[in-house]
Design a protein around this ligand. Structure first.
Ligand code: CUA
Length: 333
């Protein structure tokens, strides 16, 4: 190897290492846990990597030693002992210990843990092609409400999710908070998670569910209890009809037949609830940033952005009217 190419590699190495490590943190990483269950998965991963690393080093060490050392003949008894200890006993004990540890981490093996916490917050999440319907129950005098594609949770409190699917199998997964669980039509699966720090996290659908599976994500905002209660009170309330042009067109063009804007339109439950749409980070369940321009693009032709989306194209609606509807949605705080 020339000096030049050595220098090139040593120059690129820190960049490569930092790129690899950058993948370990962030809003969608199991290696940067923000919840109790994710921390346990992370711990298991670290134990496996370190344990596996030591075993790998020991095997490589023995291999190098055997290549260098003097050749010696083994008695049949000595070779048998080596195989019994190195090939049966050692991997048997190590693998069994790892299995016990991994099984121990499963919540169903430790059901008494669930009983030590007070009744957790219950949230119902339904996977639909290709978005998330989220229902919060009535709690502390605040009425229950429906929202979509954005989950908010109180920090330090256990949450129980009732997971359903309206059409095909989807999978619910918030990598920063814990493991995934399938959402199966005709079944209700329950997943319990405990967020341990505040922040905004991303959650992709983790089961192929059709052409826009990739464009089916939601965001998770973990907040302090007080801010969470304020948010809940606000979500439970609707709007007063404002009488704007955008509001009129939203109803006139039939948007309100599928989407609810509580207080303004009759209840419709086919598409995502848009009551507080302007507060969400994205449009199209994690597909685009929530800007007026992107909302307009989505209304004009949803399938161009999100193939297979159930919402029809509204490209026959004049540009100015789409802009007015986007303006109306941008005001729904
Ligand atoms: Cu829903 Cu993939």
């Amino acid at each position: 190897m020339t000096n030049c190419s050595k220098r090139k590699i040593s120059g690129h190495l820190p960049i490569a290492v930092s790129l690899v490590l950058a993948g370990c943190t962030g809003s969608q990483s199991t290696l940067d846990p923000a919840g109790q269950e994710a921390a346990e998965v992370h711990h298991l991963f670290v134990v496996m990597v370190i344990g596996g690393g030591f075993i790998w080093l020991a095997v490589i060490g023995l291999l190098l030693h055997s290549c260098r050392g003097q050749r010696q003949t083994w008695s049949e008894e000595g070779a048998g002992r080596l195989i019994a200890w190195g090939g049966v006993a050692f991997p048997g004990v190590v693998l069994f210990a790892l299995l016990v540890y991994a099984v121990w981490l499963m919540p169903s093996v430790r059901p008494w843990l669930a009983r030590t916490v007070p009744e957790p917050t219950q949230i119902e999440v339904t996977g639909e092609q290709f978005w998330w319907r989220i229902r919060y129950p009535a709690e502390d005098g605040v009425a229950g409400f429906e929202t979509s594609n954005e989950l908010r949770l109180p920090v330090g409190e256990r949450v129980a999710f009732s997971l359903r699917a309206a059409d095909v199998i989807h999978s619910f997964w918030i990598p920063s908070l814990g493991g995934k669980m399938d959402m199966i039509p005709g079944r209700t699966n329950v997943l319990s998670l405990l967020p341990t720090r505040t922040g905004v996290f991303k959650a992709p659908c983790a089961e192929f569910c059709g052409t826009s599976h990739t464009y089916m994500a939601f965001s998770v905002v973990v907040m302090e209890r007080e801010a969470y209660d304020d948010w809940r009170r606000k979500q439970a309330s609707g709007h007063q009809p404002e009488g704007s042009e955008g509001e009129r067109l939203f109803i006139h063009h039939g948007c309100a037949a599928c989407h609810s804007v509580r207080g303004t339109t009759p209840v419709a439950a086919l598409g995502p609830d848009l009551t507080h749409f302007a507060e969400r980070e994205t449009v199209g369940a994690g597909t685009l940033a929530n800007t007026r321009e992107n909302v307009g693009r989505f209304i004009r032709d949803p399938s161009a952005i999100k193939p297979g989306a159930q919402m029809p194209a509204f490209d026959m609606v004049p540009q100015g009217e789409i802009a007015a509807i986007s303006e109306f949605l941008a005001g729904l705080r």
